[in-house]
Ligand binder design. Structure first.
Ligand SMILES: Nc1ncnc2c1ncn2[C@@H]1O[C@H](COP(=O)(O)OP(=O)(O)OP(=O)(O)O)[C@@H](O)[C@H]1O
Ligand SMILES: [Mg+2]
Length: 329
């Protein structure tokens, strides 16, 4: 099957007063139609910048310097602003951590969604109202007729996020980018929103790029996962393989930092050191400064991506010299 989105060797940098920030450094992953792909990694690993690059909404001083973003066979990096406009919203929609900042406070949610339906689908006002109520039911908002007339501030965070997802469906988007969509919500509401995303993938065939720093969320939701470090993927594959047969020491560190019921009351383990600030290019493997298994080769030569041991069809891939047969340890 052809991928719906194929990001390859993406590089993004920002010109800042402190110097050039290398935010994304060779990001590569595919998302198939109807697939939920999780992009995980600590703060500053380039997850959000990657999503902004896909929609070509990087802040003014951000530049895509290399790589391709093929969406439905077209390279988005090569499109003009005019060619990008119908893709944003209509083909690729995005939801963020705090839905209240994405909704317009002065219009009722019914008004906001019907405007999108009429604009994208050319429906009459009556048909758009009907469609809006259908979409509100689809995202399991209780009492759609009442919700239609409410203003964003009258809704809870979880309900606002459901409205945002309904807005994404209203435009007929095929890819939904969800950047930490549940981080700001209560735990029980988080689960409900994640369940909704899984359901929509099944019912509507929606592809989802789910950005999160939480591997627990990935385990519950994603078909595939890419673990990002310093702006590139260091381990990728079907979720259960990456989580249960993890190979990269960074993935291992992230998993060790996950809270478990047994650890209650104990301090969480975290990976010593911090994510590089992107102001300089780290020679060798970007993780070598924090890696408990660092070898001499890791300090000066960057490992390429290779199939993980035991991987079926090379789907589970890792970039680490610990698993490279060419290196004598
Ligand atoms: N507007 C900007 N100007 C300069 N540097 C930026 C800008 N936005 C992001 N960066 C830098 O790019 C790198 C990647 O940032 P990004 O926001 O993509 O991280 P993230 O993985 O989404 O982290 P988080 O989990 O905290 O959301 C960081 O080093 C960050 O400081
Ligand atoms: Mg982010």
């Amino acid at each position: 099957m052809a991928a719906l989105l194929s990001v390859s060797d993406l590089h993004v940098s920002f010109q800042t007063y402190a110097g050039k920030v290398y935010a994304v450094n060779g990001m590569t992953f595919d998302i198939q139609p109807g697939e939920i792909f999780g992009l995980v990694g600590e703060s500053g690993c380039g997850k959000s910048v990657t999503s902004l690059a896909i929609l070509r909404i990087l802040p003014g001083h951000g530049r895509i310097t290399r790589g391709e973003i093929a969406f439905d066979g077209r390279d988005l990096t090569q499109l003009s602003e005019r060619e990008m406009q119908p893709i944003r919203g209509r083909q690729i929609a995005m939801i963020f951590q705090d839905p209240s900042t994405s909704l317009n406070p002065v219009f009722s949610v019914g008004n906001q969604i019907t405007r999108i339906i009429r604009h994208h689908m050319g429906y009459s006002s009556q048909a758009a109202n009907q469609r809006a109520l259908e979409l509100f039911s689809k995202v399991a908002l209780p009492d759609p007729k009442r919700i239609f007339t409410t203003y964003p501030h009258e809704l809870s965070g979880g309900m606002q996020q459901r409205v945002m997802i309904a807005l994404a469906l209203a435009s007929g988007a095929r890819l939904l980018i969800a950047d930490e969509p549940t981080t700001a919500l209560d735990v029980t509401i988080q689960d409900q929103i994640l369940e909704l995303l899984v359901e929509l993938r099944q019912r509507e065939g929606l592809s989802i790029l789910l950005i999160t720093h939480n591997l627990g969320v990935v385990a519950e939701t994603c078909d595939k996962v890419g673990v990002a470090y310093a702006g590139k993927i260091v381990e990728i594959g079907p979720t259960s393989w990456v989580l249960h047969q993890r190979q990269h020491p960074y993935t291992e560190g992230l998993l060790a930092a996950l809270p478990s019921p047994r650890q209650k009351g104990q301090d969480l383990l975290s990976i010593p050191g911090s994510v590089p600030d992107g102001l300089s290019v780290i020679p060798g493997c970007p993780f070598h400064l924090r890696c408990p298994h660092v070898m001499e080769v890791c300090r000066h030569s960057e490992p390429g991506m290779a199939a993980a041991a035991g991987s079926v069809d090379d789907q589970h891939r890792v970039s680490c010299y610990l698993y490279s047969s060419e290196v004598v340890r």
